[in-house]
Write a protein that binds this ligand. Sequence first.
Ligand code: PLP
Length: 280
Amino acid sequence: MVYLNGNFLEKDKAFVSVMDRGFLFGDSVYEVLPVYQGNAFCIKPHLERLSESLEAIKIPNPHTHEQWRVILQQLIDHHPQHADQSIYLQVTRGCDANRKHTYGKLKPTVYIQSSPFEAARKEDFLSGLSAITRDDIRWSQCNTKATSLLANIMYAQEAKQNNVEDVILCRDNVITECSSANLFIVKNGCVYTHPKGPHILPGITREVVLECADYCGISTEEVPISKEELFDADEVWISSSTREVLPITKIDNTLINQGQVGEIWPLVFDRYQAEKNLNC
Ligand code: PLP
């Protein structure tokens, strides 16, 4: 079952017009939310970020937060066989009579789907993952969660072809984030990540990871990280709603911490699992 503009229907019965600006221009925003034990995780910050993305590109929010909560819970409840789910939610500017760059008053299109989701298991990541670095060629409004993701999908495909987990992006020698995740380093017991702003997506998981580190008594700083600092880190982690928090031990064929997952990642990973259970 998927949700499209007020109706729950089978996915193969869900269609949008070729005149939809989401299709023609990528004129739309989205959210991805994990669901644990039938409850959407961090629903409030996800709905707040959705409101901010819509506001940033001047699409009127078609629903109140309360209405969004009801719709999401109905969709989740349509899949009782999957306790853990991944929700994809997209709002486009809507359909116009003709294809033109400018727009008038349109009715936004709302599409939401749920997929079964299997969260990361710690034992699968004890050797860490690999990544590659590339120049960050994206626009300077990366804090809007827009579906126009051409640069991101090109990086993701490059990661796939290189058999690595993700691409770490570097803008003017500053590490921003990954193609679909935020990035952290640990040095001398302190966790560092890029500050919020136009060059990164303000990840919901990023906030939870910072809270988890804080809970574990580990200091955190939101400051720019240079490429040299990345390679000199004791630990490197990535975070996203569907990957949670994962360790990277090899970047561009260079080992981080001699290829060993450090001591802090397991603490933060465990705390993250506890946060998930608290939410349920
Ligand atoms: N940065 C980018 C570019 C992303 O696409 C994503 C998630 O898709 C993230 C960071 C992580 O965001 P979140 O933790 O809200 O999933």
